[in-house]
Design a protein around this ligand. Structure first.
Ligand code: VGL
Ligand code: ZN
Length: 203
């Protein structure tokens, strides 16, 4: 059984948003079409409290996109984004949501960031997503959404670690940095994941 996992298709990752991904909005129509091909559609939302440790403004003297050591983990300091219940944290208004059976929120712990939909960045706490998918009989997860080399990539890696087949739908994602995304794709392939385009699937 396969599932579509829609990662962080939220306003703050769209052009004009607080942490904008170039062409981020282009994924929305593709994802809407893909959803029709799946019996199970799940989404994640980046969902931070205002005092989140990944926000540059919560570290005196630090700038956005600077890298700091946060309890032994490298942390990129982001602009304030996806604050719980804010407009920026809502799904893109054109994203079809009627088929989304469950939404897993992440990044709620102020002390640690959480790129993956499965675990925080230190792999200390599970969101329950892997167990949920297993109970639903899912063996193969198709990934789409934003941002390609962060939350999508980390989710794909965790899916593979958890023993799922993982397939990234390349034209249903966009990266903050395309060179980093190229490296991420190579790593996905090396770890046994697949990378496809939506056409392969829709036909
Ligand atoms: C993301 C950076 C910070 C993402 C979330 O959804 O890829 N990136 N928080
Ligand atoms: Zn975030």
């Amino acid at each position: 059984m396969k599932a579509l996992l829609i990662i962080d298709v939220q306003n703050d990752f769209m052009p004009g948003g607080a942490l904008a991904v170039r062409e981020g909005d282009k994924v929305v129509p593709v994802i809407n079409r893909l959803q029709e091909k799946f019996d199970l559609v799940i989404a994640t939302q980046d969902w931070h409290p205002l005092n989140h440790a990944s926000f540059a403004e919560n570290h005196a003297g630090k700038n956005e996109f600077e890298i700091i050591d946060l309890d032994g983990i490298q942390q990129i300091l982001w602009p304030v984004h996806c604050v719980q219940n804010s407009e920026g944290a809502q799904f893109h208004p054109d994203l079809k949501t009627s088929k989304i059976e469950a939404i897993f929120r992440k990044g709620t712990n102020p002390e640690i960031d959480s790129y993956s939909g499965f675990y925080d960045n230190a792999h200390l706490k599970s969101t329950g997503l892997a167990g949920y998918l297993r109970e639903k009989g899912v063996t193969e997860i198709y990934f789409c959404g934003l941002a390609a080399e962060f939350c999508v990539f980390f989710s794909v890696k965790d899916a593979l670690k958890e023993g799922f087949s993982a397939v990234l739908i390349e034209d249903a994602t966009r990266a903050l940095d395309n060179a980093e995304f190229k490296k991420a794709k190579e790593e996905i392939l090396k770890k046994g994941g697949r990378v496809i385009v939506s056409e392969d699937f829709l036909n």
